[in-house]
Design a protein around this ligand. Structure first.
Ligand SMILES: Nc1ncnc2c1ncn2[C@@H]1O[C@H](COP(=O)(O)OP(=O)(O)O)[C@@H](O)[C@H]1O
Ligand SMILES: [Mg+2]
Length: 338
């Protein structure tokens, strides 16, 4: 059934509705329902706003009540039907986060975007985790310096997160290393189930810690090692899809940048172009908004980043380097000699 004028109009033009602080402020949500919702991973109004009625079913509330609750939550954070011109205004609420390299930022149209997923994929040692560490530091910078003045949630699946590395990068930027380390909340994910669970329950931590960067490093490693054999592929893809959608919804609800890393697999049948492709098939390809392929240059600390897919930017390449200081710009003379 199409939506009535009233339903459409009320979302787009309504005066700012009452602000709800916690689940129990929502009319119709009592302590018992609130408890159940929280057990299911919905701790905040923001996460309810992007839920589907079916997802709320296990809390024991009717579909109608679920829809009412979701609508109220949406009103609270102003998610609405919008015209394209308004959408453009809404896109202006998207913020940018610097990678630490001006040319890489330029390739991305001015840095990583909030409210979307950016995927870095590449071989072992190509710099995916180094970039993630650097972003944890940069997100803490003031807006004028390319940061978001905010904290990070880092879901580490390969046990490669190192506070020592953050400290080196922080020192280089004359930031207080202790303070920088305090603003990175690290969660070790032991299995794909655990990884999914951590993200499903992340909303409260994100809100309480003023987190605006969510990293999953790596998105696919557990899935890849646990789901072997063709018969498990469909289930793996279904679970990855749900996981990525949760990430998108968190990024939108909290105006956060979401970053995932991904490994590559050899393409045995390719003779021209790249003989590798990222894991995760169509699911990851379609849910990552911006994909960047990282590879090592022929020598030294230089890495090549190729923008492979973006909703609005042309493909292209840029280079950066990884040093003790972190992610840095490559000097002009190297560029010329390249
Ligand atoms: N302290 C450091 N100083 C200089 N280069 C470093 C430092 N730490 C890591 N690197 C570089 O980063 C590489 C590892 O990159 P990493 O991001 O871990 O790869 P992956 O893509 O597998 O996540 C190392 O091989 C090294 O070249
Ligand atoms: Mg890594």
């Amino acid at each position: 059934m199409p939506l009535t004028e009233e339903e459409i109009g009320s979302t787009a033009t309504s005066t700012p509705s009452k602000k709800f602080e916690c689940l129990e402020d929502l009319p119709g949500v009592g302590p018992a329902t609130s408890k159940k919702l929280q057990e299911m991973g919905f701790h905040t109004i923001e996460s309810l706003a992007t839920a589907t009625a079916r997802e709320l079913e296990p809390a024991g509330i009717s579909e109608k009540k679920a829809l009412d609750v979701i609508r109220l939550a949406r009103g609270n954070i102003e998610l609405a039907f919008t015209r394209a011109d308004e959408l453009l205004k809404q896109r202006q609420t998207i913020d940018r986060l610097t990678t630490g390299s001006q040319t890489l930022d330029n390739l991305l149209g001015g840095g990583l975007e909030t409210q979307t997923i950016t995927e870095f994929y590449g071989e072992y040692g190509s710099g995916k985790s180094q970039l993630c560490h650097q972003l944890c530091v940069n997100v803490q910078l003031p807006v004028q310096q390319g940061g978001l003045n905010a904290a990070t949630l880092y879901i580490d699946t390969e046990n490669t997160f190192r506070t020592e590395r953050l400290v080196q990068m922080a020192q280089h930027q004359n930031l207080d290393p202790e303070q920088v380390a305090k603003n990175v909340i690290v969660a070790d994910a032991y299995t794909s189930d655990h990884q999914v669970f951590l993200l499903e329950n992340a909303d409260k931590i994100i809100k309480e810690n003023d987190i605006r960067l969510i990293i999953i490093d790596s998105l696919t490693s557990h899935f890849r090692s646990e789901y072997v054999g063709r018969e498990t592929l469909a289930l793996r893809q279904q679970r990855l899809n749900k996981h990525m959608h949760k990430l998108i919804r968190l990024a939108r609800a909290f105006n956060a940048a979401a970053v995932v890393t991904n490994q590559v697999m050899a393409k045995p049948d390719v003779f021209f172009g790249d003989a590798v492709h990222p894991i995760g098939g169509h699911v990851v390809a379609h849910t990552s908004h911006t994909r960047i392929y990282l590879r090592k240059a022929s020598r030294g600390p230089v890495r090549i980043a190729r923008l492979v897919s973006s909703p609005y930017l042309p493909d292209g390449e840029s280079i950066f380097k990884i040093t003790q200081n972190g992610i840095e710009e490559v000097e002009e003379d190297y560029r010329k000699g390249r």
